[in-house]
Every structure is written in C-alpha cells, then in structure tokens.
Write a protein that binds this ligand. Structure first.
Ligand code: DGY
Length: 323
C-alpha cells in the first residue's frame, strides 16, 4: 500500500524529516523558500497532511485548492495562522504543539524583562559604538526587577511560569489579569493576585503579555493603556505581534512615557515597524522565545506525532477542532 503524502512547509530538523519519512511520502521545503500562497497550494494540492509553522497561513482559498488535505499540524502552540472555521468547514483537522515550550518561553520572557529593565541591549550598543570613556553615577541606570510588582496579562501555562520565576526567584509581587480567574491552588503556587486590567497597568512596574492573538486581543496595549502605565515601567511581549500597537509603543518610548520594552513578536513580522527600530530603550528579538534546541525539537516531535497519530493511527494527540 502506498504511503500517505505530506508536505513539510518550511526547513526542518533532519531527524524530524527522517521520522516522518518512515510513515509518509514526504516533500519538504528544506531550502526554506518563501512560497506565495499560490505556490504553497501547488505544493500542497496532492497531499493529505501538512507540517506547518506559525508563519504558514491556512485559509479558505488555500483549502479550496487542496481537496485531499486532512490535517495541518502546527509546530507552535499559537495557531492564529489557521482559519479554524474554514478548516472545520472543509473537514480538515488542525493540531498545535502545547505544553512542551512553556518553561523555555517563560525563561525568555524573563530574559527580555531583565534586559529591558536593566538596559542591557541599549548599553551594549553604546559600548560597541565606542562611546564609553568614564564611569558615571547614573550611567544606564534602569529599574529594579527584584522586589518590584510584576503584572502578567494572560495567565496560561507560560504566564504561570513567568509568575513563578518572579515570585519565587526575584521576590516580586505578582498581579495578573486573565479572561477567567485561576483556581486558588494555582494562585497560591504562583503567589499571584487577580486584578482588573486597569489596576494592573496602573500599578505594575513591569508588564508581561502572554495572551493568544484573536481579533479581540488585537491592540490590547494601545495609546490609552500605555498612558496608564508608570513612566518607569517596562512592557514585554512574548505572545503575538498585534497584541501591542507598535506605533503607539514607539511613540510612548520616544517620549519616555514608559521606560523600556522588550518585544519578541511584531505585527506583520518578519517586517518590524521602522518606528521601533529608531528608539533606543527597546530590546528587539526575532520571535525566538521558544528557541532552545531541546524545545524546538520537542515542538517538531509533537507536530510529527500529530501527523502520525491522525493519518496512520486515526488519533491525533492535540487536536484543535475535532475528535
Ligand atoms: C508558538 O509556539 O506559538 C511560538 O510563538 C512559536 O515559536
């Protein structure tokens, strides 16, 4: 019997390709060519499954051109690249990769928070530019992290990991806002107190965003929210681009209405709004919060296991819209 055909939409770990090749006839975009949606559809039209990353868009137009497609396995916990309603209507299963990246992403959220609050990138650029000629009492003086108030918007597993780091490692007072309140045991474990979004923005020294992207969460932080924050505050986004209004943030940083920011995600990435590139008090990284080798391998493995689970054994591990 012939093997099912799958497409790996982007360059991928050789061991993942090898594992999938045991079960499937695999076509892979190992040269990492940036396909247009039409080219993507051309490669996908005769496939039953596709291994996607968060940059590969699955929408109604694409699905109409790929009648054999049964499953899209995303190597990401976020799945705003999927039009899930269109997939359900077309009878196509979507899966994501939750769980395996929580601690690595929480580490990185904290790294961005530390780097922004203590002005690590800004001072390094200045030093590399040869501007350091003497010690000065206020040279790159930033805001303390230990003992401060940490506000987390979005208290899923990654948010909880950031809360635990802050409360247990840095003696921070943790406040959070979420669609629903956590149970008492989880709040106690994270030493976190539930507050309104407005109270969080007004009282936190550092605000970290970990909410999924939906049409409702777009621009969760815009000009009016930035205006509520302390002038000494730090803002960190390790969730999705578009949760922050990048233009409003650049203006707030430029006018010193907040002190610093750390962004790993951008609206329209990999393009970064030019206003963000010209402000010094911001740390910018290219969507790498989950990028430790071990975690990226675990994410790839879970996406591969979803393809194998569904197309070979009839049971996906982490389905989004069926089962
Ligand atoms: C995720 O898993 O959603 C990450 O953003 C991908 O790197």
């Amino acid at each position: 019997m012939s093997k099912p055909r799958i497409l790996i939409a982007r360059a991928m770990f050789p061991e993942t390709i090898e594992k999938l090749s045991e079960y499937f006839e695999v076509e892979s975009n190992q040269e990492d060519i940036a396909w247009s949606q039409d080219e993507f559809a051309r490669h996908l039209q005769d496939k039953q499954g596709v291994f996607t990353t968060g940059s590969d868009r699955i929408d109604a137009d694409l699905l109409a051109k790929c009648p054999q497609l049964k499953i899209c396995a995303n190597m990401a916990v976020g799945y705003n690249n999927f039009d899930l309603a269109a997939m359900t209507a077309a009878g196509v299963l979507g899966t994501n990769a939750p769980g395996v990246l929580n601690e690595t992403t929480a580490d990185f959220g904290f790294a961005l928070l530390m780097a922004a609050a203590r002005r690590v990138s800004e001072s390094e650029h200045w030093l590399r530019a040869g501007q350091w000629d003497r010690w000065r009492y206020d040279l790159f003086a930033g805001t303390d992290v230990h003992g401060s108030t940490l506000g987390i918007i979005g208290m899923g597993r990654i948010g909880q990991g950031i809360a635990r780091r802050g409360a247990h490692g840095f003696g921070m007072q943790v406040i959070y806002h979420n669609r629903s309140r956590l149970d008492a045991a989880t709040e106690a474990e994270c030493k976190a107190r539930y507050v309104s979004k407005e109270e969080l923005l007004r009282t936190a020294d550092h605000v970290v965003l970990v909410v999924p992207f939906t049409p409702e969460s777009r621009h969760t932080i815009g000009a009016s929210e930035l205006a509520m924050m302390k002038p000494t505050a730090t803002l960190v986004n390790v969730a999705r681009g578009g949760i922050v209004d990048d233009v409003a943030l650049a203006a707030a940083l430029k006018d010193k209405r907040i002190a610093a920011a750390g962004l790993d995600v951008f609206e329209g990435e990999p393009k970064v709004h030019p206003d963000l590139l010209t402000v010094p008090n911001i740390v910018l990284t290219p969507h790498i919060a989950s990028a430790s080798m071990a975690t990226r391998l675990a994410m790839a493995d879970l996406a591969a296991d979803n393809l194998i689970g569904f197309l070979i054994h009839g049971k996906p591990l982490t389905p989004l819209n069926q089962e």
